[in-house]
Design a protein. Structure first.
Lengths: 189, 118
């Protein structure tokens, strides 16, 4: 089942890479290096630019944004009558800039789509592995159990000598520590 | 480099390492790493040892982010995101192993497992 899942995920990985690069080419977006270019990256958030310009009253009803940052710091807006005007950097609303988290998200999805898929597979495998490991019922080693009980009883007796019979407190079987091993082996027999 | 920083500051982009400098982050990272290392070497509880390795992990992550920010590059942060993913997977496996070992020996002491000769 794991391998089938892995195969399906791998197919998804390659499809994911193909889809993202194809979409990038279709939009005419140039694949950029990972350096920080706030204005150029703002081009990837046209909805945010539109929302903020509308809230600021710089984008009226019927007007659409045609380009962002193609010329440095200029947003081109086409009105309903077809006239094009420019909103320059100085006129931009206060909060119209790309935040670090937005840059990181864009960078992640654009540069490393396959890695994200692989990370998903790794997490899935880790979860399955953890479930398998912790579901396994361990038969506790009987000798280890007996010696552990003896050690516990000794420790308790030395710490708290008032307790006359510490064995009942620590031994769920109810047998004495000295006879613990014998009792356990009887149980097994 | 300075010109780039000036242009970015003019555009309202936070300047590279304004306020705390690269050295501050590196010092925090080193302190975290050393604390993790000391904890790993001195404590014998499996869970505490595991948490100390996580502390060292995060120290490395802080150093990566600080250097990435210093060079105005996003690769460091991207890398740390994936490191966090791997750390999550590792935490799941390690805790499952701890549960398994505890069921076997009813103890979390690393000394109990010296017969594994790891």
């Amino acid at each position: 089942v794991g391998f089938v899942l892995l195969g399906a995920m791998t197919v998804m990985v390659f499809r994911g890479i193909g889809a993202s690069s194809g979409r990038g080419a279709g939009d005419g977006l140039v694949r950029r290096e990972t350096s920080v270019q706030p204005d150029a990256l703002l081009r990837d958030l046209p909805r945010k630019a539109e929302r903020m310009l509308r809230a600021n009253g710089q984008l009226l009803e019927g007007e659409v944004i045609t380009s962002i940052g193609r010329v440095e710091g200029v947003i081109r807006v086409r009105g309903s009558d077809g006239a094009v005007r420019e909103v320059t950097k100085a006129q931009w609303p206060e909060g119209l800039r790309i935040t670090n988290a937005e840059m990181l998200g864009i960078n992640l999805l654009r540069e490393h789509p396959g890695t994200i898929e692989i990370a998903g597979v790794i997490l899935l495998m880790a979860m399955l592995g953890a479930v398998v490991l912790s579901r396994k019922q361990v038969q506790m080693d009987e000798d280890a159990k007996a010696s552990h009980l003896t050690a516990l009883a000794k420790a308790r007796a030395s710490r708290d000598p008032v307790i006359d019979s510490p064995l009942e407190l620590v031994n769920p079987v109810g047998a004495g520590v000295v006879g613990a091993q014998g009792a356990v082996s009887e149980d097994r027999a | 480099m300075m010109e780039t920083a000036a242009i970015l500051a003019q555009q309202g982009f936070p300047a590279a390492m304004s306020g705390p400098t690269l050295a501050h982050y590196i010092v925090v990272s080193i302190i975290m790493f050393v604390l993790g290392l000391i904890g790993f070497l001195t404590r014998r509880n499996l869970i505490i040892m595991f948490l100390c390795t996580e502390l060292m992990f995060q120290a490395a992550g802080i150093a990566l982010i600080a250097f990435g920010r210093y060079h105005l590059d996003l690769t460091g942060q991207t890398f740390v995101i994936f490191i966090l993913t791997v750390a999550a997977a590792e935490a799941a496996m390690a805790l499952a192993l701890v549960v398994l070992l505890f069921r076997r020996k009813e103890s979390l002491d690393a000394e109990e497992w010296k017969d594994m000769n790891g």
